[in-house]
Design a protein around this ligand. Structure first.
Ligand code: ADP
Length: 159
């Protein structure tokens, strides 16, 4: 059996926190798919295609690929025969949301497991939302996101 994990999220944009999770889980699976959620309800700064391109440029792992999907994560997972959803856990505030999502996905598809990975201490405070806030006010983003993301954010917010 090929062990396939899906790491779904908005990734608007990808941060060092996300990259840390991806690097840490990649050795444990045959394939990891970073799944960019294309949501009509959630407004994003970057388009799904832009988010995908930034993730691809930020990663260099042979067993990791990036895809875009609009719909339920579990439906995508059935399509690609993936068994595990990976999510990252930062502070306690993430817990309730992640538990609800995991329970909902379990109800929809009992065979799929959600694995939660703790954020590394150096990234537990990093969020896409925080990064966008800093970028909007032209603050220093070094160490929070990859260089390509800093450049893309500067293009979005340049005066
Ligand atoms: P969503 O909008 O679905 O929450 P995000 O792109 O914000 O998607 O995050 C995707 C996943 O990565 C979530 O499980 C989130 O908790 C996790 N995550 C976000 N930032 C970090 C970080 N700094 N360290 C570890 N995990 C993180």
């Amino acid at each position: 059996m090929t062990r396939v994990a899906v790491y779904p999220g908005s990734f608007d944009p990808i941060t060092m926190g996300h990259i840390d999770i991806i690097k840490r889980i990649a050795p444990h699976y045959d394939r990891v798919i970073v799944l960019v959620a294309q949501s009509s309800q959630k407004q994003s700064l970057f388009t799904a295609q832009e988010r995908k391109d930034l993730i691809e440029k930020s990663l260099d792992l042979s067993n990791v690929s990036v895809d875009i999907f609009e719909g339920l994560t579990v439906d995508y997972m059935k399509k690609v025969k993936a068994q595990v959803i990976v999510r990252g856990l930062r502070a306690v505030v993430d817990f309730e949301y992640e538990m609800t999502m995991a329970s909902m996905n379990k109800k929809l598809t009992p065979a799929i497991e959600t694995m939660l990975v703790f954020a590394s201490p150096e990234y537990y405070y990093v969020s896409s939302r925080g990064v966008k806030e800093i970028a909007m006010h032209l603050g220093d983003l070094k160490g929070l996101v990859p260089k390509v993301v800093i450049q893309a954010l500067h293009r979005k917010f340049k005066k």
